[in-house]
Structures are given as structure tokens and as C-alpha cells.
Design a protein. Structure first.
Length: 460
């Protein structure tokens, strides 16, 4: 898996992602403790609102940025977003009221909505081979796990020495280091030139207005059954992740009566489960189909949330702390089983010229899922109690898993080292649109695709 780091451009981009996410992880811990200082037992409600604002920024800004991004060199765009995020992080230690938190979170996440889709669309250009790209996706998952594993451990160590507001300075350093690393590389000029000289394949959006270009990627994403299933799976991930991110501080401080230093340890358990799966998954995906691991993981999220509801309603006992850590680790592992292969599905379903728009659409649509899950975890937990919130999110995850199973029913790849054989049925409306596709997991470099007609469909 580490062989892809021999590519200098990817290596610098990967390290930039790691340091930025490490800083973001410090901010996540600090923000939870800041919310507890400002709102006490209502910290879950404050975090739910702040994270809902984050999702609004993601959903509304990412498609617009994707529509305008062809006019700005991607390296310049990435660096500008990093500098903007560093500026906001610099201001966070000085806030004294809830509304200031909400305002700064919006600006910070608007910059992240600019950075992340652009960054994701660069990686397939840097690593065009499917096998390398799969390894890069696992490394990217590990980078995200840095935010939930390494950062909380680092935060716990720092909290023993300094106040939590100092953690925001680590976030500033992370974003500045990311900007320096992005500046140090040159993105693939040939790919950039090709995209600059030709209109994207999704409906010829090159001559359209910004509004039309913003919606084109979303329409493209929703036109492919496999990607609609991916969106449903993302909703299941959001259901489990929202409970962890929003209510960890409430579980640890209020329900279990533990110290502030145990908050990052609980978040670290979530990241540890995710990281373990990301390390093991690439070799698994060489042998089995993506949906073989993704669909069961969604049902596992629903089951783990149901168990959490039982643990929450149980009486006191020292066993509840290790039980919480185990459940958090399980939710992290199940989420990673879904999130890690997601980029492979997207890359295989749309033409290369449409990847920036498709990644931006996925970024926005995925965060619509989080926009639904965060308020459920925060507001419902604060008003109706944690058991009610947990049950509601378990039902949401179960419904999402069932929807994904129903939508993603036509692909039947053969597991193993041989070529992937995909049977395509023409009865979907989307199957009439010719779309370039790449092999999902064919070590030989070719996939055999069987069609009932001679057209090349958008997705199985």
C-alpha cells in the first residue's frame, strides 16, 4: 500500500492532507470542550447546531466552487482554502459566545468545502492506475482517521499541560503546513490542459451558467444507480458518525461522569476501528467486489446503534466505559468499510473530465446526509434524551442499508484475481447514456463487461 508514496507529487499531497486533518482533529476536541464551557449539559445541542451549519456550508458551496474551479489553477485554489482555514482557526481561541462559534464554523467549513473536492479530484490524475488509486484511497482513509485517532491522543497529552484553547493553535499550524506542501508540487499539466480546453462530458456544461454547472454534477451523480446506492450508504455512515461526533462529550462527561481527558480517548477508539479497516481493506478489495463489504457494513452500523441504545438505558456500572469504547471502535470500522471504496465506485462510473464535478456532487450530497444526522443526534438527544436519539439513528441506518441494497442490485462482479465480469441490464433509464467506465478490480488491467445491448451504460 505504501508503494504509491514513491510518487513525489502524491507523497506531498498525502502529507499535506495528514497534517491538515491532524490540526482539524485538535480543533474537534477543543470545539467540544468549548461548547461544554459555553452551554454545559446542552453542549450536544450546540455542537449539533454548529455541525449543521458546517453541513449547510458544504452542501451549498461545494457545487458552486466546482462550477468555477475550471477558471482557477487547482494548486492556487487549494492553497487559498488552507490559508482561509488557518485564519479562522486563529480566531477560535478568542470566542466568548455561541453565536461567534456558529459564524466562525461557517467560514471555516466554507473553505473546507472549497479544498476537499478539489483535492479529491487531483488524486486520480496523479495516480491514474486503478491499483495505485485503490491504495491511495486507503491511505486517504488513514489520513482521515488521523483526525479521530492520532489527534485525540495528542489532544489528551496536551490537555494535561495546557488549556484546551491552545489546541486551536495546532490547527493553525496544520493548515499552514498543508499550504506549504501543496505549493511544493506541480499538478499534472497535461490533465489540467485537457480539462481547460474541452467542455466536461456531463451535458456539455462548459457553455452553461454557473448555476447550471453547479447542478450538472449532482444530476450526473444521481443518474447512476451505483452512486445512488453509495449515497444511501453514506447516510448510514452519517447516522453512526453523528452519534459519535456530537454526543461523545455528553456520554463521557454527563452519562459516565468521566474527565475531559477521556473525551479524546473515546474519539480515538472510533478512529482506531476505522484505521484498522483501512489498513486491511486494499488486499480484500483485490479479491471481492466493493458491495460485498459495503452493504453488510451498513447493516452493522444499525445493529451497533441498537446495542448502544441498550447500553444507554442500562443502569450504572464500570462496564459501560469499555462497552462505549468497543461500540465506538465498531462504528468506526463499519464506516471505513463504506467510505474507503467510495472513490473507486465514483471513478469507475463517470468520465475523467467529469471527476471534479462528480467529487463535488458527492461532497455536497454526502453532507446532506450529515445535515440530517447531526441535528437528530444533537437536538433529539438534548430534548428527548440519548436513548431516543440512538434509536432514531439506528432506524435511519437500517432504512439506508435497505435502500442501498434495493438500488444496487444489478451488478454481479466475480470475486477473485481474474477480470471483473459485470452484467448490465438495459431497463434503467440511466443505461441509455454512454459513460466511460474503468475496471473496478481487475489486476490484469482489463474488465470484461457483458451487455444485453451494444451500448456502453452509465452503471450496472
Amino acid at each position: 500500500m505504501l508503494s504509491v508514496l514513491r510518487n513525489r507529487t502524491y507523497r506531498h499531497l498525502f502529507v499535506a492532507q495528514v497534517v491538515a486533518l491532524a490540526g482539524t482533529g485538535l480543533a474537534t476536541v477543543a470545539l467540544g470542550l468549548l461548547a461544554y464551557d459555553l452551554a454545559g449539559a446542552d453542549a450536544g445541542s450546540v455542537l449539533g447546531t454548529a455541525l449543521a451549519i458546517k453541513m449547510v456550508a458544504y452542501v451549498g458551496i461545494a457545487p458552486v466552487v466546482a462550477a468555477l474551479a475550471h477558471r482557477i489553477p487547482r494548486r492556487r485554489l487549494l492553497v487559498a482554502a488552507d490559508l482561509a482555514r488557518a485564519g479562522v482557526a486563529l480566531a477560535l481561541p478568542f470566542v466568548g459566545s455561541v453565536w461567534q462559534v456558529y459564524l466562525l464554523i461557517f467560514v471555516l467549513q466554507a473553505a473546507s468545502a472549497t479544498f476537499t473536492p478539489a483535492f479529491q479530484s487531483v488524486i486520480p490524475d496523479v495516480l491514474p492506475e486503478e491499483r495505485d488509486y485503490t491504495r491511495a484511497l486507503s491511505l486517504s482513509r488513514l489520513a482521515y482517521d488521523t483526525e479521530t485517532l492520532v489527534s485525540p491522543v495528542l489532544a489528551a497529552a496536551l490537555l494535561a499541560l495546557v488549556g484546551y484553547r491552545w489546541l486551536f493553535w495546532g490547527t493553525v499550524i496544520g493548515f499552514l503546513a498543508s499550504a506549504v506542501l501543496v505549493v511544493s508540487v506541480v499538478l499534472p499539466a497535461a490533465v489540467l490542459a485537457a480539462r481547460g480546453n474541452h467542455a466536461p462530458a456531463a451535458g456539455g456544461t462548459g457553455a452553461r451558467s454557473v448555476g447550471a454547472r453547479s447542478l450538472a454534477g449532482i444530476r450526473l451523480f444521481l443518474s447512476v444507480p451505483r452512486l445512488r446506492a453509495l449515497l444511501a450508504l453514506d447516510l448510514a455512515v452519517a447516522a453512526g458518525g453523528a452519534m459519535v461526533i456530537v454526543n461523545t462529550v455528553v456520554y463521557v462527561r454527563e452519562e459516565l461522569g468521566r474527565s475531559a481527558g477521556d473525551v479524546p480517548l473515546a474519539l480515538g477508539a472510533y478512529g482506531g476501528g476505522s484505521m484498522l479497516v483501512a489498513l486491511l481493506l486494499p488486499r480484500v478489495l483485490d479479491r471481492v467486489a466493493d458491495r460485498t463489504v459495503m452493504l453488510p457494513a451498513a447493516f452493522a452500523i444499525a445493529g451497533l446503534l441498537a446495542v448502544l441504545a441498550v447500553v444507554t438505558t442500562a443502569g450504572g456500572g464500570v462496564w459501560r466505559w469499555p462497552a462505549l469504547l468497543a461500540l465506538w471502535a465498531g462504528l468506526g470500522a463499519a464506516g471505513s468499510l463504506i467510505l474507503t471504496p467510495g472513490g473507486r465506485l465514483l471513478r469507475s462510473a463517470v468520465p475523467p473530465a467529469d471527476l471534479p464535478a462528480a467529487f463535488a456532487a458527492q461532497f455536497s450530497l454526502t453532507h446532506v446526509c450529515w445535515l440530517l444526522a447531526y441535528p437528530l443526534a444533537g437536538w433529539l438527544g438534548a430534548t428527548a434524551g440519548l436513548p431516543a436519539a440512538t434509536v432514531a439513528l439506528a432506524v435511519l441506518a437500517l432504512a439506508s442499508a435497505g435502500m442501498a441494497t434495493r438500488v444496487w442490485r444489478t451488478e454481479a462482479p466475480v470475486a477473485g484475481r481474474g477480470p471483473a465480469i459485470v452484467t448490465v441490464r438495459p431497463h434503467h433509464r440511466e443505461a441509455r447514456r454512454p459513460v466511460h467506465r474503468r475496471p473496478l478490480h481487475a489486476p490484469s488491467g482489463r474488465a470484461l463487461v457483458r451487455h444485453h445491448h451494444h451500448r456502453h451504460p452509465a452503471a450496472p
